[in-house]
Write a protein that binds this ligand. Structure first.
Ligand SMILES: Nc1nc2c(ncn2[C@@H]2O[C@H](COP(=O)(O)OP(=O)(O)O)[C@@H](O)[C@H]2O)c(=O)[nH]1
Ligand SMILES: [Mg+2]
Length: 398
């Protein structure tokens, strides 16, 4: 199969492929490519740098091709399929497979904090056969990564029993066998949100479930990239990521069914002490957004019998939702998703996500990042505690 156009047929063989998906990232992609090249050289590996672009109109591919990759070869490809990050990544999996790379490293093209040593951190655990999958471990501001903190991290950890702090961080290391696993999945996968921003949670969950060895987390320091405001920019991403997560729950139900505990995941490398950039969230706007978004979904929501009326009333009144109620709501929606398998369910969950972020922002206003992190872990514990009841209900009719 060919998931891309216009690539020279005989690329040769490489130890490592660094893949950079892009869509209008002309301002930042050259820096990412150059840094990757430096990192590959420092390791003494034979490397290829690939850019998979989604039809940028700002000169991204030109900026990539003109970047100084220290003599390392690079190619820019146009992927086929549904427009989205996932389709871009799939095309790069195929290149990595074709050139028989031992390790494939993914880096986002809007990164400003990437350093050459990131390559070492993401590649070495795989090259030393300690794992097939490396996830990033960043220092992040307490208001950054709200989809990660409130659903991907706690739910994935509670379900599959492994604490993986950044399952959708965007910067990963993938071993050759896992690339083959990804490429062996039915083509229908690429007709779903996996072709878009669902790709990260799909890669991570597949790795957790199907790899022989557990993933390892690479300490990468601060992640500085184009920031998004949860109330303004994250709606589409939330739907794509969470629907993919719920879909994976259906497919992998036998893998998480009997897990009752969470263990920590090994960290590779030492976290540098760096300052993170402050993120400002428009709290009032977010609360209003939660209220109006919920108002719009009320008819659809009233159909879910088990969802307690008090939770809905409280969000309508305050624009916030506490941790306990959020955990209850997420599991309720997962159950509903299992029977309906419809995107509408995720759209119904969205107002609660806005309300959850608003509550978190409010309650952590005076907290430093360590205190805020504690709260995130408390939330994970709540997901774990409630799992038993959830499992009983999920498997009731199977
Ligand atoms: N090829 C391609 N890449 C995309 C598309 N959307 C996002 N990306 C890339 O995917 C990476 C992550 O996207 P970004 O918007 O920064 O998401 P976030 O950092 O996870 O919030 C970046 O490198 C983007 O350029 C797309 O439609 N096509
Ligand atoms: Mg980004």
């Amino acid at each position: 199969m060919n998931y891309y156009n216009d690539v020279p047929q005989d690329l040769g063989k490489f130890d490592v492929v660094v893949g950079i998906p892009s869509f209008n990232n002309a301002a930042t992609i050259a820096y990412v490519a150059q840094t990757a090249a430096k990192g590959i050289k420092d390791l003494g590996l034979k490397g290829l740098i690939v850019n998979s672009d989604g039809g940028s109109v700002d000169g991204t591919t030109g900026a990539f091709l003109n970047s100084d990759t220290l003599g390392l070869p690079k190619v820019s490809i146009k992927y086929k399929g549904i427009p989205g990050k996932g389709s871009a990544v799939r095309a790069m999996f195929e290149i990595a497979h074709k050139v028989e790379a031992k390790v494939f490293i993914m880096l986002d093209s809007d990164l400003r904090s990437v350093e050459p040593w990131w390559i070492e951190r993401l590649a070495v655990p795989i090259l030393e056969a300690k794992t097939d999958y490396v996830t990033p471990l960043y220092l992040r501001h307490k208001y950054d990564g709200t989809i990660t903190n409130n659903i991907c991290y706690p739910l994935t950890s509670a379900l599959y029993g492994l604490k993986i702090r950044q399952p959708i961080g965007g910067d990963f290391g993938v071993g050759a066998r896992l690339i083959d696993t990804y490429l062996s999945k039915p083509a229908s996968v690429w007709q779903t949100h996996v072709a878009r921003f669902g790709i990260d949670i799909w890669m991570s969950t597949t790795a957790i479930v199907e790899s022989d060895k557990p993933p390892i987390q690479a300490a990468l320091g601060a992640k500085v990239h184009d920031v998004k405001d949860p109330g303004k920019h994250l709606q589409g991403m939330f739907v794509q990521v969470v629907q993919t997560l719920f879909e994976l729950m259906v497919g992998y139900q036998d893998s998480w069914k009997n897990i009752t505990d969470v263990v920590s995941t090994q960290v590779y490398g030492e976290q540098p002490s760096q300052k993170v950039e402050e993120i400002v969230v428009d709290l009032m706007g977010l609360k209003e957004r939660a209220k109006t978004a919920l108002q719009e979904r009320l008819d659809s929501l009233r159909e879910i019998k088990p969802l307690r009326g008090e939770i809905i009333e409280s969000v309508l009144r305050t624009g916030t939702v506490d941790m306990e109620s959020w955990v209850e709501v997420v599991y309720e929606f997962a159950l509903r998703y299992k029977s309906e398998r419809d995107e509408r369910i995720i759209l119904d969950l969205l107002p609660f996500y806005f309300a959850r972020v608003a509550d978190f922002v409010e309650k952590t206003k005076e907290m430093n990042s360590i205190e805020a992190e504690k709260l995130i872990d408390e939330q994970l514990e709540l997901f774990l505690k409630r799992k038993k009841l959830f499992v009983r209900r999920w498997f009731l009719d199977t």
